[in-house]
Design a protein around this ligand. Structure first.
Ligand SMILES: Cc1cc2nc3c(=O)[nH]c(=O)nc-3n(C[C@H](O)[C@H](O)[C@H](O)COP(=O)(O)O)c2cc1C
Length: 479
């Protein structure tokens, strides 16, 4: 199983799935090259070196999970798994996780370079301005932000973006309701600053834990330990009492003062939906008290680019597996779950269901719309299909939608559901009063339960028979 980011890069090279690009400019060029790379499916990991104005070795890694083999590599799963098989394998792993607390070690590679006081300069890294109209350079995109709950000592890790304000200040964008916002407020309510560490380069399992819906109260470092079956080794921060992965690439340490004491304008940023929907506005800042980095550090960039092909298979697999695992605790009959990358994942999910009783489809749709890890945030299109449909295969899903769904009787709408400022469909009036809500549609694209036996037979050959045909004729067709 892959450990730190360097090992992941090396393994990607061994697979022939890594390209190094020299001489690109941090000002939009890196972002555009990464976007261009997404114009083909299964595209490589990109390493930018000798970035204009920066020394060789100060690198930026992007498009880490744009092939199914690298998704499997990062998750520690067999490399030949794809589609629903990959999601199923990750679900099984998630369901078996027993968190293992991190262990402190005296030192680690992250301490190879330490800047304190006047020496702090976050601009020493070749941080990209990713999209043309971004409000600045974002050092934290594929990052993990570490904070400790002042009451319970629970250490949370979340992926929250950070924009460089000046050499010792970054602005942090934490969506209300996310654990980082809840923890910071506890400090601010007491008139205190919130100790914070931002890791800008870490191994894939730490990253998936940071961006994933790990249940409240469970530390993502413990979760990662459980996923690896080995505790994460951490060092204490130089200036904050927080556990920091010893093999991280770059770490920014500091404190977040209450926003009324200090804040800075943040954004706009090319959001994950593919628009600059949020406006530039005051955000909390982290005042840096230390920067640590490895020799020849690799900054990890996940700017959520809109390319022709998938920009982040990691999220699809993780979100889908989380929801599927949630279903397993609720009802029988769910044969597969997949968020839809082309619709930017959270806004559209497909559930494949073996119908067992009247109302089963509606129940599945409502569960997908409401349970933790489900389509709760900007979850606009919740589609249930029969179990002969592979929810990761859009051709099959659209076939079901086009042929089994009567819109007037098989769609239900929900209103006042959770959305957020990055949603481009929040109209200007709602945006003005910060009414970040949206509607959802539950789509039943299944054969109607009551007359399922009379539903015309499909012309599609069964998977069992097709396996025999493939065995006999596959070589001639596909070799
Ligand atoms: C690439 C990427 C960028 C993200 N950026 C942000 C962000 O800027 N702010 C935020 O609140 N959530 C962001 N998220 C989502 C959170 O990381 C995710 O919801 C996570 O579960 C939050 O952790 P928490 O539940 O511990 O708060 C991002 C996710 C990804 C994959």
């Amino acid at each position: 199983m892959v450990g730190d980011l360097r090992e992941f890069v090396e393994k990607a090279k061994e697979l022939g799935e890594c390209r190094t690009i020299e001489g690109a400019h941090w000002d939009v060029e890196i972002g555009r090259i990464a976007e261009l790379s997404l114009s083909v499916p299964e595209s490589p990991l990109l390493i930018f070196d000798k970035v204009e104005g920066y020394p060789q070795g100060f690198r930026v890694a992007t498009n880490p999970f744009t092939s199914s083999r690298r998704v499997a590599l990062g998750l520690g799963l067999p490399l030949d798994l794809k589609g629903l098989d990959l999601i199923r394998a990750w679900k099984e792993k998630l369901s078996a996780v027993k968190p293992i607390p991190p262990v402190y070690v005296k030192t680690g590679p992250i301490k190879e370079n330490v800047q304190l006081g006047k020496d702090i300069d976050v601009l020493k890294f070749p941080t990209p301005k990713w999209h043309e109209h971004d409000g600045g350079r974002y050092i934290g995109t594929g990052c993990m932000v570490i904070q400790k709950d002042p009451d319970s000592g629970w250490v949370n890790v979340g992926a929250y973006r950070s924009q460089i304000v000046n050499k010792n200040t970054v602005a942090l964008h934490v969506v209300p309701g996310h654990h980082g916002a809840i923890i910071a407020k506890k400090y601010w309510d007491r008139g205190l600053s919130c100790p914070t560490a931002i890791v800008c380069g870490q191994g894939p399992l730490l990253w998936v834990s940071a961006m994933s819906s790990v249940p409240i109260g469970i530390g993502e470092l413990d979760w990662t330990g459980g996923l690896r079956n080995r505790a994460v080794e951490v060092v204490r921060g130089e200036t904050v009492d927080l556990p920091i992965p010893a093999d991280a690439e770059i770490v920014l340490e500091g404190e977040m003062p209450p926003p009324e004491v200090e804040s800075a304008d943040e954004g706009p940023f090319g959001e994950w939906e593919g628009y600059y929907a949020g406006h530039r506005s005051p955000h909390p800042v982290v005042k840096l008290s230390a920067i640590m980095h490895r020799n020849d550090p690799i900054q990890f960039g996940v700017p959520m680019l809109i390319g022709t092909h998938d920009d982040n298979g990691f999220q699809t697999v993780d979100y889908s597996a989380q929801l599927w695992a949630g279903f397993d605790k609720q009802i029988a009959g769910v044969m597969g779950v997949s968020f839809v990358p082309q619709a930017r994942r959270k806004p559209m999910v497909v559930v494949s269901l073996k119908q067992m009783y009247p109302g089963h489809v509606k129940q599945a749709a409502l569960i997908a719309a409401s349970i933790y890890g489900g389509a709760t945030h900007i979850g606009k299109f919740i589609i249930v299909v029969d179990d002969d449909i592979d929810p990761t295969n859009m051709t099959e899903v659209l076939w079901a939608l086009g042929t089994r769904c009567d819109p007037a009787s098989q769609m239900d709408f929900l209103s006042n559901r959770t959305s957020q400022a990055s949603d481009p469909r929040i109209n200007p009036d709602k945006r003005k009063i910060r009414d970040f809500t949206c509607s959802s549609v539950l789509i039943d694209a299944c054969k109607p339960w009551a007359w399922r036996d009379q539903f015309p037979k499909s012309t599609k050959t069964s998977p069992e028979v097709m396996a025999q045909v493939r065995k006999k004729w596959g070589d001639i067709l596909f070799s």
